[in-house]
Design a binder for this molecule. Structure first.
Ligand SMILES: Nc1ncnc2c1ncn2[C@@H]1O[C@H](COP(=O)(O)OP(=O)(O)O)[C@@H](O)[C@H]1O
Ligand SMILES: [Mg+2]
Length: 264
């Protein structure tokens, strides 16, 4: 049985969870939606099961429940990797530790350090530490635009588009580029996504980013500059908007394979 934690932001028109459930059912896999609000993770009946987390609420209860469940069950993605991705500074640190190219970044509390980083780079991008969908991201060019700290600041990489690569089981399986007139090219900010072919350099850096986090599957956001691709962030509960690759089917196959492996 595959237990599925649905994405809280699903809608009838954009139903990630449903798309994968349909593929699981088509493949004859047994699955059911798991309401984390109705689970006691200390109940020892729930053991040796596969739990797929399509999405998670950014609240303590869901996370703690999953973390406890993961002691005796296989949770995909692992709660640890989802949390690492949720924090932009932890993601940056893991990328740097593995030598994966990422823009120069500072995470500071002292305003003097924030100003110093800004002066050094001229233009920087401020990002909320646990932000998503491009929310709250802004370009800072003057010290009085810094706003309140602490600050996660990144050198601004000039661009007119970004890339999202879907990595599953260590392999880049789909990619899009996103274009918009604004700073943030996220689909939720009005970016237009178009499938692109995965080139070798894109494959290498996206797969290295996934390995740096240690995650079953993820969405890796990239920018391209004169020196090549650089990783902005890794998404631990990614969507697959505009991808040409059949992500729901590939995800379903991966979950079925992992469940078989548990039973072997
Ligand atoms: N350092 C940067 N330089 C230029 N643009 C950036 C930079 N960082 C982020 N962006 C733009 O903002 C978007 C959102 O940033 P990202 O780090 O992916 O955060 P989020 O979790 O909100 O998607 C990116 O897809 C890109 O378009
Ligand atoms: Mg992003």
């Amino acid at each position: 049985m595959i237990h599925i934690v649905p994405k809280p932001t699903d809608t009838p028109d954009d139903d990630s969870t449903g798309a994968v459930i349909r593929e699981l059912e088509r493949a004859g896999a047994r699955c059911r939606v798991l309401d984390l609000g109705a689970v006691d993770p200390l109940d020892s009946e729930f053991e040796n099961e596969l739990v797929w987390v399509c999405g998670i609420r950014q609240d303590g209860h869901q996370f703690e429940t999953l973390k406890v469940l993961s002691l005796h069950n296989r949770v995909i993605n692992t709660p640890e990797s989802i949390v690492a991705c949720a924090s932009k500074v932890v993601t940056t640190a893991l990328l740097k530790k593995s030598g994966v190219r990422t823009p120069e970044t500072a995470y500071v509390r002292a305003e003097a350090q924030a100003r110093d980083f800004l002066l050094r780079h001229g233009e920087v991008v401020y990002k909320p530490l646990y932000g998503y969908d491009g929310n709250g991201i802004r370009l800072v060019t003057k010290p009085d635009e810094l706003g309140p700290g602490p600050w996660y600041l990144q050198e601004y990489i000039p661009n007119d588009r970004d890339y999202r690569v879907f990595v599953l089981g260590g392999e880049a399986v789909g990619a899009i580029c996103r274009v918009s007139d604004s700073l943030t090219h996220n689909i939720h900010q009005g970016g237009i996504g178009t499938p692109v072919t995965i080139d070798e350099e894109m494959r290498t850096i996206a797969e290295a980013a996934a390995a740096a986090i240690g995650i079953d599957y993820c969405g890796v956001d990239l920018l391209l500059d004169r020196e090549g691709y650089t990783v902005l962030e890794v998404n631990g509960t990614p969507n697959w908007h505009c991808m040409a690759a059949p992500i729901p089917r590939l995800l379903a196959e991966y979950l079925i394979r992992e469940e078989r492996r548990m039973r072997a």
